[in-house]
Write a protein that binds this ligand. Structure first.
Ligand SMILES: [Zn+2]
Length: 303
């Protein structure tokens, strides 16, 4: 019985925290992805509660808001989303919310010239900007400025948190550049299940190929598969990579295709692409995710 009461009171407590804006101790900031949650938490520290709609391991391209999500969004004091159609199935929700609520579009802080285009349609832009650490730092800087405008009283704390975070990201950017340079010198390429690493390739100078289009909505065709297998065999690529949010079926077919041409290749990973790993694990933060990916890539391509 005692245990039941504990459970009930815990439930009531968590209900209070998120459901009644008037009684809230701190503002509730609702973000979409786990990557954003980590960044925004670095910026606001203890000033607000930061809750993510998508748990770790979830694919944002396919994510549909649940009834609980809509409730959270309605109740939030502020909503922060990634933008660039990463949350492809939530666009309409953001449009409707923007009429009555404060919203921050994190990727608005990026110079349009720095974005990688991906076709002729207006919204055909690669959303995976967090794989270029410098670009992600700019997005976080933009979020920090917008937060300051939203809560001017937070200005000093936001500035000092942002400064510390920018320093951490700058150091990370340097570490990645050094590792990738070695891979480039041994003529390796990064081949993954979907096209998430174009910004990584552009920023650090590595040849990058994905089997699936930018969004996981599209299925890879047989022609893509054959082309990729030929590329791997011709360039003596050592490994291909599975991704945490995507079924490994298609990338397994690449490994099988290489075996048919007597080229043995390892299937490494999974890499963390569109979501962090569970909190408390090595890839449970943004910097941890980038470092973990780099380690997996480096150790698989330079055996
Ligand atoms: Zn993606």
């Amino acid at each position: 019985m005692k245990r039941l009461w504990v459970i009930i009171s815990l439930f009531l407590l968590s209900g209070c925290k998120f459901d009644s804006p008037e009684e809230r101790e701190r503002p509730l900031i609702v973000v979409t992805t786990s990557i954003l949650q980590d960044g925004v938490s670095h910026l606001v520290g203890d000033l607000a509660d930061v809750v993510a709609l998508m748990p770790s391991g979830v694919d944002p391209h396919l994510y549909k808001a649940s009834v609980r999500d809509l409730d959270l969004l309605q109740n939030a004091n502020l909503v922060i989303y990634h933008g660039l159609y990463l949350e492809g199935k939530m666009t309409e929700i953001f449009e409707k919310l923007s009429v009555q609520k404060d919203l921050i579009n994190a990727s608005e802080g990026i110079d349009p010239d720095a974005l990688i285009k991906s076709g002729t349609e207006a919204h055909a832009v690669d959303p995976h900007i967090w794989f270029d650490v410098e670009l992600w730092a700019k997005a976080m800087n933009h979020v920090s400025l917008e937060l300051s405008e939203w809560q001017p009283a937070w200005n000093n704390e936001l500035n000092s948190n942002n400064e510390a975070y920018q320093e951490e990201l700058k150091e990370l950017d340097g570490e990645i550049a050094v590792k990738v340079k070695e891979l480039r010198q041994s003529n390796q390429a990064l081949i993954t299940a979907h096209d998430a690493f174009a910004y990584f390739g552009k920023a650090y100078g590595l040849d990058v190929k994905g089997l699936q289009g930018l969004s996981t909505l599209s299925e890879p065709g047989l022609r893509d598969l054959t082309g990729l297998v030929n590329f791997i065999v011709q360039n003596d690529i050592k490994a291909v990579f599975a991704e945490q949010t995507i079924s490994p079926k298609a990338i397994e077919a690449v490994v099988a295709g290489c075996a048919n041409q007597n080229h043995v290749i390892s299937l490494s990973g999974p890499l963390f692409t569109d979501s962090l790993d569970a909190p408390g694990t090595s890839a449970g933060t943004y910097t941890g995710m980038v470092k973990t990916n780099m380690e997996i890539i480096y150790n698989s391509l330079l055996p």
